[in-house]
Write a protein that binds this ligand. Structure first.
Ligand code: OKP
Ligand code: ZN
Length: 349
């Protein structure tokens, strides 16, 4: 299997995360991608390549150009306007209701206001190299897509930072650009075929859902911790099924606390039935391993063996598949869990 990996992810290196009313060392850190790289490198069936530059056009095909432009200059603007900082986090968020009865808002010029305009939460610090790392993660996803469009059955993009929380207009949830959505749109625009994004990360991929919510050419299917208790809280409910032409092309399965392998695999089988009924020509998997039993920020209870079974079940769809890395924060187990999922897939082909 081809693995796409770029050392440029190391340029996104925050030192703190503001979460749960405290400031602590970040769960989403460079060591995550490095341990996955080390584990897969030790198995010769995984062949590594670096991504090629795909430019900005595939990004602005799914994201607002204003978001891309902002992220490309935000760190430098902040250093100049506010002061020299190790990393940058918003201290105000734009909320529509601030301007009730006052007409539409527009983007102010101060960098502090622009941060609150383009970001939705506090756990995604922007560092000096974050933009370059986020661009490399997109190139990683697009290069993994190229591998599959060239005829390989499956490829794996070791994306970092992750992507599925980034919406058309907003970054957050450790995500700057939506790697999976950019890859899915790229497949649709290059092949004309329909694509499914299957999101198995513990957290609902609000960004991917939002980007494709009214489209009938990309299906979004997700299993995740019930948003009544789990981040991102405001999306991922079972009654969100798409709008307009996209009606019926979004499928959400909220899961109970401590869901184990057998119940999870049964829900994943339902998701696979939905995918077969949609009839895509390819699948993009948002692969999060934060459903693992000892993940520090989640509460499902999958085992390493459960990941192997998940990969095998997805392979049984019989479709060209681009697997892209999202979350997974038990770093000691992360490499072997990714390895289990991918070898489970290959073993079922
Ligand atoms: C990114 B991905 C809740 C903290 C949530 C942000 C989580 C982002 C997860 N107390 N912090 O989906 O793995
Ligand atoms: Zn997650």
């Amino acid at each position: 299997m081809q693995v796409v990996y770029s050392p440029r992810h190391l340029l996104h290196d925050p030192s703190t995360e503001i979460e749960a009313s405290t400031s602590h060392s970040p769960y989403e850190h460079t060591g995550r991608a490095e341990t996955i790289k080390a584990t897969l490198s030790a198995d010769e069936q995984f062949r590594f390549r670096e991504p090629s530059d795909h430019g900005v056009a595939p990004i602005t095909a799914v994201h607002d150009e204003g978001l891309v432009n902002f992220l490309s200059v935000a760190w430098a603007e902040y250093q100049r306007e506010v002061g020299e900082r190790r990393e940058v986090v918003p201290d105000i968020f734009f909320r529509r209701e601030l301007r009730n009865q006052m007409g539409a808002a527009s983007e102010p010029s101060a960098v502090s206001a622009r941060l609150g305009w383009w970001c939705f939460e506090t756990t995604t610090p922007l560092t000096q190299g974050s933009y370059e790392a986020a661009r490399a993660a997109v190139d990683t996803a697009l290069t993994a897509t190229d591998v599959v469009l060239a005829g390989e059955r499956v490829s794996y993009g070791l994306c970092r930072p992750p992507g599925h929380h980034a919406t058309r207009d907003l970054y957050g949830g450790y995500c700057f650009f939506n790697n999976a959505a950019i890859a899915a749109h790229d497949i649709v625009s290059r092949t004309g075929g329909k694509v499914t994004v299957l999101d198995v990360d513990y957290h609902h991929g609000n960004g991917t859902q939002e980007i494709f919510y009214d489209r009938d050419d990309v299906q979004y299917v997700s299993l995740h911790g019930d948003p009544q208790r789990a981040y991102p809280y405001f999306t991922g409910y079972a009654d969100e099924t798409g709008s307009g032409r996209g009606r019926g092309a979004t499928f959400n399965v909220p899961l109970a606390k401590r869901t184990q392998d057998d119940a999870y695999l049964a829900a994943l089988a339902d998701c696979c039935d939905e995918i077969s009924a949609f009839g895509p020509s390819a699948v993009v998997v948002s692969l999060g391993l934060d459903t693992f039993i000892t993940d520090p920020i989640a509460d499902l209870a999958l085992s390493t063996q459960g990941f192997a079974r998940s990969g095998a079940l997805v392979a049984q769809l019989g479709l060209p598949t681009v697997v892209l890395q999202e979350g997974g924060y038990d770093v000691e187990a992360l490499g072997r869990n990714v390895h289990a999922w991918l070898t489970g897939f290959v073993g079922a082909v």
